[in-house]
Design a protein around this ligand. Structure first.
Ligand code: ASP
Length: 307
């Protein structure tokens, strides 16, 4: 690791703009075939919530950088014996782990842990409750950047369960910072946030309003695991009101691109033919996720500064 202050990636707002730009450039360069760094470091994946994309792409990213990767099996770890997360982190640091990739259901848990871990141990927030998911926002922006569109030309709508979405919070912070042309957020009233900074964001109350002339739309999954009402909303009714279909995309700009952080629920927030169709960037986002996470790990190690 670098002997400079230990770096953490906790949220978008704590990154300076040069770092954001550098990460976007570096992920784009890696995706285009630039040679990765070799990092003599060890990373531990600690996931207290299910994950496919984030976990696997952090693992693949670390492997491509020559890092040692430890996947902690929580049901076989000492957390089942009551060990605190702080003690687990200190234990891993004492064994030479340089970086923990943490996903946790509690909002703010990663920030709290960052104030407790020993110097030299970096933390990467891979999603904390309704809080933040900075690597997802960065990979989403890198996916759009790869299309060659300028930020000022981007007219993006984020649609669905904004209230419970860490992807939306990090995305709104990042896209606003990048100075995109127009940024809209839309969802049913009960899914609109009461604790997110929506300055500079146009709030829409219907899907059609959010889609009009948009050249990119990001659909969000209903975060049922973060709601106390079970069975609400009804998936079929939700699809009728808020599901993205080819017919509804007609009011968007021609060639409007469709993003989704995954996992997708076909026939709920997005129709299958849209998810699989030519406008969909969903698998490009997944692919870019590996390169962005490589760029993030290089940055944590003090490689590839802002250029
Ligand atoms: N995979 C994203 C997250 O972990 C989005 C989602 O789960 O809906 O927040």
């Amino acid at each position: 690791m670098t002997d400079k202050a230990t770096r953490h990636l906790l949220d978008i707002d704590s990154l300076d703009s040069d770092t954001v730009q550098s990460l976007l450039n570096r992920a784009g360069a890696l995706a285009a075939g630039s040679a990765p760094s070799h990092l003599d470091m060890t990373v531990a994946n600690l996931f207290f919530e299910p994950s496919t994309r984030t976990r696997v792409s952090f693992e693949l990213a670390a492997q491509r950088l020559g890092m040692r990767v430890i996947n902690i099996e929580l049901d076989r770890s000492s957390s089942t014996k009551g060990e605190s997360l702080t003690d687990t982190a200190a234990t891993l640091a004492a064994m030479g782990v340089d970086c923990i990739v943490l996903r946790h259901p509690e909002t703010g848990r990663c920030h709290k842990l960052a104030s407790e871990v020993p110097a030299g141990l970096s933390l990467l927030n891979a999603g904390d409750g309704r809080g933040h998911h900075p690597s997802q926002a960065l990979l989403d922006a890198a996916t759009i950047a790869a299309l060659g569109m300028s930020w000022s030309a981007l007219d993006l709508s984020i649609v669905g369960d904004i209230r419970h979405s860490r992807v939306a919070r990090s995305g709104l912070q990042l896209f606003r910072r990048l100075g995109i042309g127009r940024l809209r957020a839309a969802g049913p009233p009960d899914m609109m946030p009461d604790d997110m900074d929506l300055a500079g964001v146009e709030v829409c109350t219907t899907l059609d309003e959010a889609l009009e002339d948009a050249n990119a739309v990001m659909m969000l999954r209903i975060q049922r695991e973060r709601m106390d009402k079970t069975g609400w909303p009804d998936s079929k009714h939700y699809h009728q009101e808020w599901g993205l279909t080819e017919a509804r995309l007609a009011s968007a700009a021609p060639g409007c691109r469709v993003l989704h952080p995954g996992p997708i629920n076909r026939g709920v927030e997005i129709a299958a033919d849209v998810a699989d169709g030519p406008r969909s960037l969903i698998l490009k986002q997944v692919r870019m996720g590996v390169f962005m996470r490589m760029a993030i790990l290089e940055w944590l190690a003090g490689r590839h500064q802002a250029n």
